[in-house]
Design a protein around this ligand. Structure first.
Ligand code: F6R
Length: 642
């Protein structure tokens, strides 16, 4: 489904220099691209011709490859006439290593379709340095020999790179060896785990090689792509942002999901482009923006403030600044509540939650074992204190994010305790020795064996239990789901499966909650939060005929990776200094994630610092808008089913 525009289409052209389609989610956008590719493949087959595809790796094209594989399996789409050129490969790298793009392409696409092996071209990361130049020239020539690329898939890096054409790449650059930008190396950490292992170089097709393609699809999914997408689409052409060169290509189609499109002017501040299709949410967005822009609380905004900042249209529609100010001030005021489970025996018409039932069954979903306390630790504790029946369900084991040295520590503890109590036998001793040996000899890109994964999962379970207990829960209210999609041992996860959904459905149907909390924080490095939310929504869909389901409200939190914009917030729960301190303590229970977790993402602050900073910032923003002053606030948005 396509996303609704707030501005008229013809006005967009003055701002957006690339054609952008915004989609509700990356799945529908990817399916659409895959269908276009399939159509082109079939058309060429009819004409007895080959088709040349330029392929990308990374997280962006995965759903397209999934859909192509599905079409091959279920609809007989053949790839016998397809020739592919991949954009790039790390250098040096062995094709078998976890992070190699050869392995990526085989796992996601080539192993599952009928493409002739000789039609596959990927830059070679195993070459001697002296061979690289000739290889690159030959790669470029081979693309030309095939008559150029018909359809090119591109992701966009946070540096604005396409392929590995990093800032500074010129428009006439061709296939070559390049240095990776520091930001790109940081982003690659999600696959390599330790920085020293991320290669400094790569072989990439150049900007000119890409620009020769007939049709280009540039994909951007997720909030972390929104600032760079805005620059690529609306900025001036510059080698500092190589994706801006695409503005000179006649046939580029940008596909973005809502999150990646968030910084485009047409979404963020559409009133700066022209006439808007005003609704209440957009008015709230504009008023909050104006208040921040002129640095005045909402109730002090004047007609001139509106007129001088492209918002005169709003004044005409709503009569005066006074009316708009009051309406939006009240709307924001009503989002604030110290009773996240609803305030008993109170008029709830202007409160975020219902007053009845006074004691609710509440289920908090936490994608990783610490998201509950990081993102809503204050609200969690309030819900328990206010007498609700609160459950927490940890969706994944989180085992990938435990350091080996922590597993070693626990093995040592186990041995020492077992020996001192005389409960370790020869078999047990041997088992522990084998596991210790595995860890001491483990290569950097080696996947953990099952027992080590278990140990790492148990470490996180212990921490999660301690955190939930600290928030006031008993054993029976703590659920570990260990969803199977996560259990690959690596950072690449499986797609959501039937078993995952069944686990979710069973738990929801057992608890029959009035309120569910889930992570709407979709910018985590490996996409686990997204899959976990899909699992919840999929389960709700399956349960839609159940009576309890109609009475169940779903609230989304954020906090570990980013926060809601103020105008989006529908429930803001104030946190006192004392409560904030208690929240910090709950986060501290997650010792394996303190100091330096294996996957910190692009934010170097520890999780408790990020959480406190974000919660304080939300409170500060409310205060600046002229609302009451609090120490901190946790923010939620209510999911609208259909
Ligand atoms: C990958 C490539 C890169 C990625 C870009 C986005 O072959 O050339 O340009 O497309 O770094 O990566 P993801 O999709 O992982 O966000």
């Amino acid at each position: 489904m396509k996303f609704e525009n707030h501005v008229l289409n013809y006005q967009l052209k003055s701002v957006e220099k690339l054609r952008v389609k915004i989609w509700d989610n990356s799945q529908s956008a990817s399916t659409h691209i895959a269908q276009s590719i399939a159509l082109a493949i079939r058309q060429k087959q009819q004409d007895g011709e080959k088709i040349v595809l330029g392929l990308a790796t990374g997280s962006s094209p995965i759903k397209i490859y999934d859909e192509l594989v599905r079409m091959h399996r279920e609809e007989g789409l053949s790839f016998h006439n397809v020739v592919t050129f991949n954009l790039d490969e790390y250098y040096p790298i062995s094709p078998n290593s976890q992070q190699s793009y050869v392995r990526f392409m085989n796992e996601y696409l080539f192993d599952h379709i009928d493409i002739p092996k000789e039609n596959i071209n990927i830059p070679d990361g195993t070459l001697e340095m002296t061979e690289v130049k000739a290889f690159c020239e030959a790669y470029e020539k081979k693309i030309d020999l095939y008559g150029g690329i018909d359809i090119q898939l591109l992701g966009i890096g946070r540096t604005g790179h396409i392929g590995f054409n990093e800032p500074g790449s010129m428009e006439d650059s061709i296939t070559r060896l390049v240095r990776l930008d520091a930001i790109t190396r940081k982003d690659a950490l999600k696959d390599f785990a330790v920085e020293e292992k991320v290669p400094h170089r790569a072989i990439t097709m150049g900007v000119a090689s890409i620009m020769k393609a007939g049709t280009i699809y540039l994909m951007a999914w997720g909030q972390h792509k929104s600032p760079i997408l805005q620059k690529a689409v609306e900025g001036s052409i510059t080698p500092s942002i190589p994706s801006t060169f695409l503005q000179r290509h006649p046939n580029v189609k940008v596909y973005a999901d809502k999150e990646a499109a968030a910084e485009l002017t047409r979404i963020k501040t559409p009133w700066l482009i022209g006439m808007c299709n005003w609704n209440k949410d957009l008015i709230c967005n504009a008023v909050v923006w104006l208040s921040e822009k002129v640095n005045k609380p909402i109730l002090k905004l004047t007609n001139s403030d509106y007129n001088e900042h492209h918002l005169s249209e709003l004044i005409v529609e709503q009569n005066s600044a006074y009316n708009i100010n009051i309406e939006i001030f009240n709307r924001l005021q009503h989002t604030i509540t110290g009773w996240p489970g609803g305030k008993p025996n109170e008029d709830d018409r202007h409160r975020p939650e219902r007053a009845t039932p006074a004691k609710k069954r509440i289920l908090i979903f936490s994608p990783h074992p610490d998201d509950d306390v990081i993102s809503m630790g204050g609200t969690f504790q309030r819900l328990v204190e206010q007498g609700h029946e609160v459950h927490v369900a940890y969706q994944t084991s989180g085992n990938v994010a435990v350091h080996d040295h922590d597993a070693v520590r626990f093995l040592e503890f186990f041995t020492e305790f077992g020996t001192s109590e005389g409960i370790m036998g020869t078999e047990g001793d041997q088992r522990i020795a084998d596991l210790q040996k595995f860890l001491s000899q483990k290569k950097s890109d080696q996947i953990d064996i099952q027992s080590i994964r278990k140990i790492k999962g148990f470490i996180r379970r212990g921490e999660a239990r301690a955190g939930a207990r600290f928030c006031g829960l008993g054993e029976k209210q703590i659920h570990f789901l260990d969803l199977p999609f996560y259990e690959t041992g690596g950072t690449r996860k499986n797609p959501l499966g039937k078993e995952d959904l069944k686990i979710m459905v069973d738990l929801l149907d057992k608890i029959q909650p009035h309120q569910v909390y889930a992570a709407g924080d979709l910018a985590d490095p490996h996409g686990t939060h997204r899959i976990c939310l899909d699992a919840i929504l999929g389960a709700f869909e399956k349960l839609k005929t159940k009576k309890w389901r109609k009475d169940c409200w779903l609230w989304l939190y954020r906090g570990a990776w980013h926060e809601w914009s103020t105008h989006e917030i529908e429930m803001a729960v104030p946190i006192s200094p004392n409560e904030l301190f208690k929240k910090r303590k709950a986060i501290f229970m997650h010792q394996s994630q303190k100091d330096s977790p294996p996957f910190p993402g692009d934010d170097e602050r520890e999780f408790w610092v990020r959480a406190e900073d974000r919660n304080r910032e939300t409170a500060q923003k409310y205060r600046n808008l002229g609302l009451a002053e609090y120490e901190a606030m946790e923010a939620f948005v209510r999911w609208k089913f259909d």
